[in-house]
Design a protein around this ligand. Sequence first.
Ligand code: ADP
Ligand code: XUL
Length: 586
Amino acid sequence: MADLSLPPDSLFLGFDSSTQSLKATVLDSSLNIVTTELVHFDSELPHYKTKDGVYRDPTVNGRIVSPTIMWVEALDLILHKLSSANFDFKKVIAVSGSGQQHGSVYWQKGSSQILTSLDPNKSLKDQLQNAFSFKESPIWMDSSTTVQCREIENAVGGGMVLSEITGSRAYERYTGPQIRKLFSTEGDLYERTERISLVSSFMASLLIGDYASIDETDGAGMNLMDIKKRCWSKEALEATATGLEEKLGKLAPAYATAGSISQYFVHRYGFEKNCVVVQWSGDNPNSLAGLTLSTPGDLAISLGTSDTVFGITKEHQPSLEGHVFPNPVDPGSYMVMLVYKNASLTREEIRDRCANGSWDVFNKYLEQTQPLNDGKLGFYYTENEILPPLPVGSHRYVLDNFSGESLEGVKEREVKEFDPPSEVRALIEGQFLSKRAHAERFGMPSPPIRIIATGGASANENILNLISAIFGCDVYTVQRPGNTCYIRTSCIFLAYSLIIGNLCVFLCTDSASLGAALRAAHGWLCNKKGTFVPISCLYEGKLEKTSLNCKLKVKAGDANVASNYGLLMKKRMEIEKKLVEKLGHF
Ligand code: ADP
Ligand code: XUL
């Protein structure tokens, strides 16, 4: 039998360049976590003056960007932190990473030259300061490109046609509409751009000291790639901007090697020169890998800056709702996903307004209120929402005559406010009723066999209990690491956790950087074998002995409760439909 083992004593480094932080997870050859690290943008790089890692432009409705150079500085800082903790970079034989999806970076003409000749005695930041034609990267939270979305859809024959070609209709945050906006409004800067990267391929470019390809999975989040042929779509390119194909470079499969680590990192941090950099991909696709999601009946719910619901399918069925991406670890299947912009930051807003800024008080309110919230339903949007497409605003309703048993005679009445405990429950029930409703509408498993929860808010057991009650199934989370480095890293996380008002956030929940480390090992193996090998070869028969093992957190409860929630969900969707008709931006 072919040897599919990983070299003993080797390490695999995975990053997650997300909205609020850069995280790192290191796996050993038994796929156990040996160390983790984190750079929190707002607090550790305060000179950029970001809030939640971003700038919300007060002058342009919906424009949300991040300073590109901040991500560059964060990479040097996280490696410096690992180095100061005596991390042995020499043992790392492969690196990969996750990027927040859709965000884009614009390399100025001549930057390739800078990238290939980085001086290890100087910081990345000092050398790349002037490498970008646009200094601010549009990110996934941006909603300023509705005009461009409609233009692109119209040019290819409609939203459904675009979804059939690329896996999604046009979405404001998707990279194609973002590029079209910059091309139409700042044509000279667009002209001066020699390469456009996604956050994922951008970070990989820094590591290999050259332009890295966009991977086929994250590439599907651009409205530019033909999802079946996995190449740039001529129609989509033409509908977006001129001269775009050469600025995008070639696509590569997620399991491919982007290149060897550059001399910069060999000299500055002590990496081995033959350490490979495996293609980076999107954070959600890497979470899918890290959660070892392979059963079509399983659903994952990621509760981070965005909330996402995702699963796998064998078929690509075009739809006007949701997204389809190639599965980053299985060329034979797809990843399907729903995305919510009002997620952790909206939960924080209500925690701060109603629960004295404390998750403990927030949780107490969830405990002291009843399932179905006495018929109180809330819609809370602190950012323009993706799903449903509703603008910033809050809407509260009381359902008269609602017992949970039937909708007969039930009428909604709009109200101005709820008491704080009901407000907290209305928020959480509302967020997950919406996820259940849209997941069912999108054809995801109902009820799922199980849900695997991940992301910062999956540390909250009260939220996990509610997910289980609403979906009517068991809820699992990724197991926490148990090793000697745990104490050290937990101190770092403790510091960060105190900053954001919560304990133990990242000890067990970052599946995106975990998935990236796993994909580093997978890419290394594929490279060694010279062909694709199924990722399951890495953990088959020994999953429970690795840090990838999921742990049962909440057992499915009373089926009646889930069925009553089904009725509340139906009513919520009726109200949502009316709100979209009145206020929706499509
Ligand atoms: P991202 O990767 O998108 O930057 P994370 O997955 O790291 O985001 O999640 C960060 C979020 O986790 C914070 O914004 C915070 O609101 C949320 N969070 C952390 N702990 C809790 C908790 N106990 N209850 C609810 N939310 C929490
Ligand atoms: C996915 C999306 C977000 C970002 C967050 O489509 O927009 O989940 O990936 O990092």
